[in-house]
Design a protein around this ligand. Sequence first.
Ligand code: IYR
Length: 231
Amino acid sequence: MEKDNQPNFISYRGVRYPKAEMLQRSREFYQFMNKRRTVRDFSDKLIPEEIIENIILTASTAPSGAHKQPWTFCVISDPVIKKAIREAAEKEEHLNYHGRMSEEWIEDLRPFGTDWQKPFLETAPYLIVVFKKAYDLVKGEKRKNYYVNESVGLATGFLLAAIHYAGLVALTHTPSPMNFLQEILKRPENERPFLLIPVGYPSDEAEVPNIDRKVLGNVLVYYHGKGKEKT
Ligand code: IYR
């Protein structure tokens, strides 16, 4: 085989810590992440653009199928575009809340106090619209992407963690259907909207639902063999 076809590897030792420090770091990171809450009530206070850029750089470190990084993050601060997005989203949500969603769904949403009105789409200083790229367009030619939903979901998870780490809040908003985002933002045909994420500070009066997370026993199942040693 030609040398050019060989994979190009470089050494990697990772980041390593003594065991006690690992334990402490893992506990502290959990405690920090457990403070993240989805917020729907935003302040209009501005955020430096560099913070948004660092958050998106972090999101873009996520693993992806064949390292294709099949995502685009559109950052909107233009009040005219925010208004257009709000109007289009509210039109769809009005239909959702008045017949398109099942009674069970409406009932499941009751604890969150949501309705068809989405003022945060204009109040939050930035809207980040995550697009997934079903395929890449390289000089007009289609190039396949792999595990696109998994990849973009992972990147969005990293994005939310980075937003929290910066001391900001976000809402993972899913207006449905959301093809209007592709039109308003004039995205190319290979991009499809994935999530709409308002980012900012919580308003001074912000409240969140009084809900708990599942305990470990309800999300973790061990399969220890007989030979398991406690390390
Ligand atoms: N898209 C609607 C409804 C909605 C659906 C789910 I699942 C939520 O967790 C929250 C809301 C809306 O944005 O109101």
